[in-house]
Design a protein around this ligand. Sequence first.
Ligand code: MSP
Length: 510
Amino acid sequence: MPNPKFYITTSIAYANAAPHMGHAYEEFLADVIARYKRNRGMDVFFLTGTDEHGTKICRTAEKNEMPVQEFVDKNAEEFQRFYASINSSFDGFIRTSDKKQHWPGAQTLWKKLAEKDDIYKSKYTGLYCVGCEAFVGERDLINGLCPNHNVPPEKVEEENYFFRLTKYADIIRQKLENDEIRIVPEARKHEIIALIKEGVSDVSFSRPQSQIPWGIPVPEDPNQVMYVWCDALTNYISALGYGSGDETNFTKYWPADVHVIGKDILRFHSLLWPAMLLSAGVALPKEILVHGFITSGGKKMSKSIGNVVDPKEFVEKYGSEALRSYFSRDLSPFEDGDFTEEKFLESYNANLANGIGNLVSRTIKMTETYFEGKAEMKDEMEVLLKGKDGAPDISVKDYLNHEVFPAYHGHMERYELNRATDTIWAVIKKLDGYVTDYEPYKLIKTNQEKTEAVLANLLYGIHAITHMLTPFMPETSKKIDEILGVTLSEDGTANTFSVRHVDTPLFPRR
Ligand code: MSP
């Protein structure tokens, strides 16, 4: 039996500026899930990339006095470099200006919709917000301004192609209601269903080439270029070879098991995209994970407020593992979350320096001092964790197997990533308590055998921690495992340790 496949994507970021904290967070979320599924034995394809067409990019390139292609080349490279620097394990990076891979995919899909008679030409009169790259209605505005960008939308009057979104709205609403397309968290599902119930219109699906020269030409009508969202959404299949010749990956990995996106682009992914796929007769994505926004000091990060935390500078200063740790511990994937340097330092010292760093260094040191760095996990030398508040005592192994792992995997499967790390840090706390209860530094004077058992259990527990932590902090987990010098027994559990000396703390206090 081949391993089950798992296809996960991020949204593709606009290549009009350097990556910001929101991009870093989304990439991190998808990466944790991808790493977790790989560790579970799945055949994972993790896709990320950049969205390189549209009015916004075209205008920003002009402002920067650069040819558009050069401008997006530079930014796309910056995204790739940044994602690599935070240890993203992506398997594919799609760029929508890629004429070999992406353009044929987008044009093939367009033709399918046209064959279905779901595309027609009409006059469009209305409003367009360049920031959103979206046509907006009066009801979307607050005091005449786009609420996302605080600018008035532009008036547009032109001949466009339209896509018959109205034809599919009801079917999609049903598929959302019965979780055929599952939206996580549940609240976002209700939000999109309510929006569909308010009423849906057909979507303008192209712009005149004269207005916006930077985009994919509409098949058989080079006077029109595709609307940027129509082109961008197709990345999820064009990256797998759809429409460009070799469809091996498309056959193998599509449909997406999960699209990871931010809350502002929910309607494109849970309405427009499924409608396009339905029209083309292509399978629908199974799940959409919708994350919240990162703020700074409770406010949207913005240059004018002066609260922007640049993720690249941050990684240069503190390292990617520290950033990943903050994302893991302090933000919930389903809600908005705050990022400030002050909060980061607090979390760093509590979770890393005093938390895992301290537990590892004490345990290693005692093993070195008392047993020349060697310890073995033997069944006959159980020293139990003391049950608190009337709970019975329990062995470290049973505690991990019966309490910790089921909770951890449950959270991971439900994408409750910060709750999964709560489970990990509960183990750290439990092991700290184990040291306090048995005081190996005193016990060694009276009972050498029992002290060795305590240390073996501690090392065993630490290895369980690194195992669970790998998707979140891959480098730290690897480093700790090297320090532990673990040898696994046949059933895959850690049984002997030959610890390595460490001179510098894993996470010095900051
Ligand atoms: N190009 C479109 C997506 C096309 S997908 C077919 C786009 N790009 S974006 O660069 O504006 O946003 C990329 C992702 O970052 C989106 O999922 C968006 O929700 C997310 N974020 C943008 N700002 C964010 C925060 N402040 N916090 C968290 N994520 C945020 O939309």
